[in-house]
Ligand binder design. Structure first.
Ligand SMILES: CC(=O)N[C@H]1[C@@H](OP(=O)(O)OP(=O)(O)OC[C@H]2O[C@@H](n3ccc(=O)[nH]c3=O)[C@H](O)[C@@H]2O)O[C@H](CO)[C@@H](O)[C@@H]1O[C@H](C)C(=O)N[C@@H](C)C(=O)N[C@H](CCC(=O)O)C(=O)O
Ligand SMILES: Nc1ncnc2c1ncn2[C@@H]1O[C@H](COP(=O)(O)OP(=O)(O)OP(=O)(O)O)[C@@H](O)[C@H]1O
Ligand SMILES: N[C@H](CCC[C@H](N)C(=O)O)C(=O)O
Ligand SMILES: [Mg+2]
Length: 487
C-alpha cells in the first residue's frame, strides 16, 4: 500500500476531485488487471481508449482514477486526478511507487534503428565478465543479473521497467543496459528514469507506420538525448548523418565514436572474415568474434561506453575478444557439405544491406548467396519494396516469404515486396508464402560452399499469424533440412 499523494509526486496535475491522502494498493493501466484499492490510469492508445474502461475499473475495486478527461459522472468515494498526459503521469507514478530504482544503479539507454540489442547484450556480457552484477532490458530477453525473464517488448511499459529495476536494486545490480525504442520514447515509457548515459547507434528507415515521417522519427530519438541529465554521458555515432543532431541540445557530456570521421573513440577494420573482426581501436589492436563492418560500430560503442563507465582499457580490450555473438544476429553454422546457413534479425533496409554486403565481402564469386526474406505484418509497409530491392540486388537468388504476417494477408505483403525488384533481377527471385517451405527450397537449391541467409526473424522462436504465435525457429529448421537432405 502507498499514499496516493506520494505516488503522484512530480506528476503534472490539472484537477483533483476527492482525497489524495488515501492508501492505494497497486497501479494498473489495464482495467482487466484491476483489483480492490488499486489506482487505474486511463490511457488513450492506438487501438482503444482506456477512458472507456473507467467505470469497469471502479466496479472492480479501483479507488482512484488518473485520466486526461474527467468522466461526466463521478462516483462517491473515488478520487479522480485529471492530468495533462496519462503516459507521462504513469511513468512518474511508476518511478515513485518503486522508490526511484533507476537512481540506485547506473542505467544506460541505447537508441537507434539498428544495433540496440547487439550493443546492450554485449555490454551486459562485458560487465558480467568484469565481475559486476548487471541488468539487461532488450528485445531478446530481460536479465536481472543471472535471472532471465521473457521480453514482451524492446522497451517495456514504465511500470514493467521500474518493476525490473527495483528487482535489480534488491539483487545489488550496479549497471543496467536497456534498449530505448522510438515507440518507447514516444509513449513516455522511459520518462522519469535517471540515465547515467545514452548511446546512439544509427538512424535509417523503420517504423514509418507509427511515426508520421522520418523527421518525426529522428526527433523522437533526439528527445531521448535532450532529456539526459548533465552528469550523464551522450555517446553518438559520428558516421551517421544524424549523429550530431542527437547531441545538439543535450546537457549531458558529449562523446563521439566513428570509423570514418574524427571522434573520441576511433576504429579501423584490419580484417573482416567469417571468423570475426580484427580492429584497431584508439591505437590498440582488438579481436572480436562478431562479423561484419556494422559490428565494428557496435564494438566501438561498447568500448567507449565501458571507458566512460570507468572500466580499465586493457581489461576491456581483453574481455571484448571473449564476447559471444547475440542470439539471432549473424548466427551461423556450416553443414557437412560445406553449406553455410546464416540466421540474422535484419528486418530493415539498412540492416539487410549491411548483412548482405558483409557476406558479399567475405564470399568468393563461385559461392552462391541464397537469401530468404519477408516483412512483418502490421508494420512499416514502405520498407517492403526497399528490402526486396536490396535482397535481389545483393544476392544470387532470393526467396520472398512470410515473416510475422500478423493480421495481414501474407501474399499481399509479398506482393508489396515484389514491387521493389528491378526487372534485371526478376529471374533471381521466387515467392513461397510458407516460410518453412521457403527454407526447405533454399536448402534443396544450395550446392556445396553456397551460403543461405535467412533474414528478419533472428532469435524469434515463433511466427505471429492472426494474433496467434506458432512455434517457429529459423535456425532449428534450416539445420534440420540440411541434415535431412544430407547436405
Ligand atoms: C503500438 C504500440 O506501441 N502499442 C503499445 C501501447 O498500446 P496502446 O496504448 O496503443 O494500447 P490500446 O490497445 O490502444 O489500449 C489503450 C489503453 O486502454 C487500456 N485498456 C484496453 C483494453 C481494456 O479492456 N482495458 C484497458 O484498460 C490499455 O491497457 C491501454 O492502456 O501500450 C501498450 C502498453 O504499454 C503496449 O503493450 C502496446 O504495444 C503493442 C502490443 C506493440 O506491438 N508495440 C510494438 C509496436 C512496440 O512497442 N515496438 C517497440 C519497438 C520494437 C522494435 O523496433 O524493436 C518496442 O519497444 O517493443
Ligand atoms: N550497428 C549496426 N548498423 C546497421 N545494422 C546493424 C547494426 N547492428 C546490427 N545490425 C543489423 O540489424 C539487425 C538487428 O540488430 P539488433 O537486433 O541489434 O538491432 P535493434 O536496434 O535491437 O533492432 P530492434 O529495433 O528490432 O530491436 C542485425 O541482425 C543486423 O542485421
Ligand atoms: N520479425 C519482426 C522484426 C521486427 C520486430 C520489432 N522490431 C517490431 O517492430 O515489433 C517483424 O517484422 O515482425
Ligand atoms: Mg532490439
Amino acid at each position: 500500500m502507498m499514499i496516493l499523494k506520494d505516488i503522484l509526486y512530480k506528476v503534472t496535475i490539472n484537477a483533483v476531485v476527492g482525497s489524495t491522502s488515501i492508501s492505494v494498493n497497486k497501479i494498473e493501466f489495464d482495467s482487466r488487471q484491476i483489483k480492490k484499492n488499486d489506482v487505474f490510469v486511463a490511457i488513450s492508445g492506438t487501438i482503444t481508449d482506456g477512458h472507456k474502461f473507467i467505470e469497469k475499473a471502479i466496479a472492480d475495486g479501483a479507488i482512484a482514477i488518473v485520466c486526461e478527461t474527467l468522466p461526466k459522472s463521478l462516483e462517491e468515494g473515488v478520487t479522480y486526478i485529471e492530468v495533462a498526459n496519462s503516459n507521462q503521469a504513469l511513468a512518474y507514478m511508476a518511478a515513485n511507487y518503486y522508490q526511484h530504482p533507476s537512481e540506485n544503479l547506473k542505467l544506460i539507454g541505447v537508441t537507434g534503428t539498428n544495433g540496440k540489442t547487439t550493443v546492450t547484450s554485449l555490454l551486459y556480457q562485458l560487465f558480467k565478465k568484469a565481475g559486476y552484477k548487471v541488468g539487461l532490458l532488450s528485445t531478446v530477453k530481460v536479465m536481472v543479473d543471472d535471472k532471465t525473464f521473457r521480453a514482451t517488448h524492446t522497451t517495456p511499459d514504465s511500470l514493467t521497467i521500474n518493476k525490473y529495476l527495483k528487482m535489480m536494486n534488491d539483487e545489488g545490480v550496479e549497471f543496467c543496459f536497456m534498449e530505448v525504442s522510438s515507440h518507447g520514447i514516444h509513449q513516455s515509457r522511459t520518462e522519469g528514469l535517471k540515465f547515467a548515459g545514452g548511446i546512439f547507434t544509427n538512424l535509417s528507415h523503420d517504423h514509418l507506420d507509427y511515426h508520421d515521417s522520418f523527421a518525426e522519427y529522428r526527433d523522437v530519438k533526439k528527445a531521448f538525448f535532450d532529456g539526459l541529465p548533465k552528469d550523464a554521458f551522450a555517446l553518438s555515432n559520428m558516421d551517421d548523418k544524424n549523429g550530431l543532431v542527437m547531441l545538439q541540445n543535450t546537457v549531458a557530456k558529449k562523446y563521439t565514436y566513428a570509423l570514418k570521421n574524427y571522434s573520441d573513440y576511433r576504429a579501423q577494420i584490419l580484417e573482416n572474415e567469417f571468423g570475426g573482426l580484427l580492429l584497431k581501436v584508439n591505437d590498440n589492436e582488438l579481436w572480436t568474434r562478431l562479423i561484419g563492418s556494422f559490428n565494428a560500430y557496435n564494438i566501438l560503442a561498447i568500448y567507449g561506453a565501458a571507458d566512460l563507465l570507468g572500466l580499465e582499457s586493457e581489461e576491456v580490450l581483453r574481455l571484448i575478444s571473449e564476447l559471444e555473438n547475440v542470439s539471432g544476429r549473424f548466427q551461423y553454422f556450416i553443414s557437412e557439405e560445406k553449406i553455410t546457413a546464416i540466421v540474422d534479425y535484419a528486418h530493415t533496409p539498412d540492416a539487410l544491406k549491411n548483412v548482405l554486403e558483409t557476406i558479399n565481402n567475405i564470399r568468393t564469386k563461385n559461392e552462391e548467396l541464397i537469401t530468404i526474406v519477408g516483412c512483418g505484418g502490421d508494420r512499416d509497409k514502405t520498407k517492403r519494396p526497399k528490402m526486396a530491392h536490396i535482397a535481389s540486388a545483393l544476392s544470387t537468388k532470393v526467396i520472398f516469404t512470410s515473416d510475422n504476417p500478423r493480421s495481414e494477408v501474407p501474399e499481399t505483403i509479398i506482393e508489396d515486396m515484389e514491387k521493389g525488384v528491378e526487372p534485371q533481377n526478376f529471374k533471381k527471385t521466387l515467392s513461397i508464402t510458407d516460410r518453412k517451405q521457403a527454407i526447405k527450397t533454399a536448402c534443396q537449391m544450395a550446392e556445396a560452399k553456397d551460403i543461405i541467409l535467412i533474414a528478419g526473424k533472428g532469435h524469434e522462436t515463433y511466427q505471429e499469424i492472426k494474433g496467434e504465435r506458432f512455434d517457429f525457429d529459423d535456425y532449428k529448421i534450416v539445420r534440420e533440412f540440411l541434415k535431412q537432405l544430407q547436405k
